[in-house]
Design a protein around this ligand. Sequence first.
Ligand SMILES: NC(=O)c1ccc[n+]([C@@H]2O[C@H](COP(=O)([O-])OP(=O)(O)OC[C@H]3O[C@@H](n4cnc5c(N)ncnc54)[C@H](O)[C@@H]3O)[C@@H](O)[C@H]2O)c1
Length: 270
Amino acid sequence: MYNLLKGKRGIIFGALDENSIAWKTAERVHAEGGTFVLTNAPIAMRMGKINELAEKTGSEIIPADATSIEDLDNLVTKAQEILGGKLDFVLHSIGMSINVRKKRHYTDQNYDFTHKGWDVSAVSFHKVMQTLYKQDAMNEWGSIVALTYMAAQRSFPDYNDMADNKAYLESIARSFGYFFGADKKVRVNTISQSPTPTTAGSGVKGFDGFISYAEKMSPLGNATAQDCADYTVSLFSDLTRKVTMQNLFHDGGFSNVGVSNAVMEKFMEE
Ligand SMILES: NC(=O)c1ccc[n+]([C@@H]2O[C@H](COP(=O)([O-])OP(=O)(O)OC[C@H]3O[C@@H](n4cnc5c(N)ncnc54)[C@H](O)[C@@H]3O)[C@@H](O)[C@H]2O)c1
């Protein structure tokens, strides 16, 4: 390890179990010397194993529903008290679609589900940043990262309304990134991650076939949750201070490949 985050403080949203991208990131941030508060929705705490992670990383847990301004206000205030100062990094690793969960087709959405999924998966990022901004809770040259998926740019039929949520999320990163940069010298980016076997990922119909397809399409193979943790650490570190308002593909090259030989071979089979 390189002590890349020594002395830095932050909040990590979304560690549900050891497969979660946020879980791997928390472990990696800890190894790099960063300290943080862990948070998740109160309901997820009951199902999840977040206590294990808190113990391992010497972190405290503050429950917060990322759609509730009241919860977020409390979280950001308490995190600064616990950690002893303003924050240097925040990871938004939150996604959920009720239409996906209840197997509603994209052409047959229940709009109450759509609205809830949009609030949890996209608007929550605005709510998190607005809370940080209003409390002036970020140190200069701090870094805020959210996780996204390429269905924001290209259609993946079974990704359903999450595609629209991700497009909205990425737009929020640019719009808020402007103000956070100009007013507070804080960077805001999204990482567009390969399909990854987690609770949220595996909920998407046809996930197993899709992850193998992406693996064969990507010259470097799929980026794992561990790889994503490494990349996120680089964005939290001082080595990427002028990177902001970007959607950064972290996918082994998938997004720039038309077709790969490995995929062609499958179609050439007798
Ligand atoms: N797994 C993939 O294939 C993949 C690919 C690209 C991007 N992503 C994104 O990565 C992020 C993390 O997902 P993951 O794959 O690690 O799955 P995960 O299921 O482990 O994490 C999703 C998290 O969102 C939390 N959450 C849901 N509703 C919430 C709420 N109201 N308030 C606070 N937290 C809430 C869940 O409790 C859970 O911890 C998501 O934004 C997801 O869309 C995942």
